[in-house]
Design a protein around this ligand. Structure first.
Ligand SMILES: [Zn+2]
Length: 319
């Protein structure tokens, strides 16, 4: 009996061992297959995305640059492949060194088109306001001042003239304003300038007063820091209508007339409901900025809603 028992025990162990070996090898095989297929998949993905940033980005940018150099033409329609892989490189205002910033901004703003991503990043809107401030050194209109661009502290326009209502403007701003005011009058709307040129020093006081009263975040929402206001240039005007104040101007028939016709005289509505996420300010229907007839006409015809977008597409870059 003991012999039989021994033999039986041995047979059972042998079978168990065999089954266990089989089982373990099946699992090993499964794990190997699974991991290798995962590895392949991730390798493919990495290759695709690095291909997108490196090869397509560079080649499309290169193609855009050379096409622009040769013809000066808008290369809006890049090659289909490149556009599919890198939607930003198709625009003539694409800047290859900003590729990473375009991608980051696009990831945070899925509601924007590639065009909007590119010009907004070119305008530095992906950065925090009042960081990386650029010094403005060219002063003939259109001049872009905003939370990223600042005048020298001692800047004073050399050619300011007085208006009949006691404001100061550059001569061309004054001439354009008087034409606008007269046309408004002919259409039955009374407008006047309630303020125009403001010095950098004056703005310091205004800004500090608002900070004391409302706190820094709220103040930055509706008043420019010193050096960052287009009022320093003598080209910005705050209008008053029949109500006599700029706040009273909002929502009036004369405000609607100005919004529709200011471009004809070289002015733009600088802070609107539509561009408040670009400018970083609350809408100001009373504030107009003289940018010159050419810029105002292009913005009107092309449907360009902010000076930021115009500056990227027609000053920093040229179509
Ligand atoms: Zn203003």
């Amino acid at each position: 009996m003991p012999a039989v028992r021994t033999k039986k025990r041995f047979r059972i162990n042998y079978l168990r061992l065999l089954l266990m070996l089989l089982f373990v090898s099946m699992i090993a095989c499964g794990v190997y297959l699974l991991s290798s297929s995962l590895f392949e998949a991730s390798r493919g993905e990495n290759a695709a995305s690095s291909g997108q940033t490196a090869s397509a980005g560079e080649s499309a940018a290169g193609a855009a640059a050379s096409a622009q150099a040769e013809t000066g033409a808008d290369v809006g329609s890049g090659s289909g492949d490149a556009a599919a892989q890198n939607p930003f490189a198709a625009f003539y205002y694409y800047e290859a060194e900003r590729q990473g910033r375009y991608e980051n901004y696009a990831a945070r703003h899925s509601d924007l088109t590639p065009d909007e991503i590119v010009w907004r990043v070119d305008a530095d809107l992906d950065r925090f306001a009042y960081t990386n401030i650029e010094a403005v050194t060219a002063y003939s209109p259109p001049v872009l001042l905003n939370k990223y661009r600042k005048l020298p502290d001692d800047y004073v326009p050399q050619d300011l003239v007085n208006t009949s209502s006691g404001q100061q403007m550059t001569p061309e701003t004054k001439a354009a304003y008087e034409a606008l005011r007269d046309a408004a009058g002919a259409a039955g709307h009374r407008i006047s300038a309630s303020s125009a040129y403001k010095s950098v020093e004056y703005q310091k006081g205004v800004y500090n007063k608002y900070v004391m009263e409302y706190g820094k975040d709220a103040a930055d929402d509706f008043v420019a820091r010193a050096g960052h206001s287009e009022h320093h240039l003598g080209t910005a005007i705050d209008l008053a209508g029949s109500a006599g104040t700029q706040e009273g101007f909002t929502g009036t028939p004369e405000a609607a007339w100005v919004a529709e016709n200011a471009w004809r005289y070289g002015f733009i509505m600088r802070y609107t409901e539509d561009n408040k996420d670009v400018t970083g300010y609350r809408p100001e229907p009373w504030h107009i900025t003289f940018v010159g007839e050419e810029a105002a006409a292009i913005m009107h015809e092309q449907g360009i809603g902010s000076l930021e977008e115009y500056a990227v597409k027609y000053v920093r870059h040229r179509p």
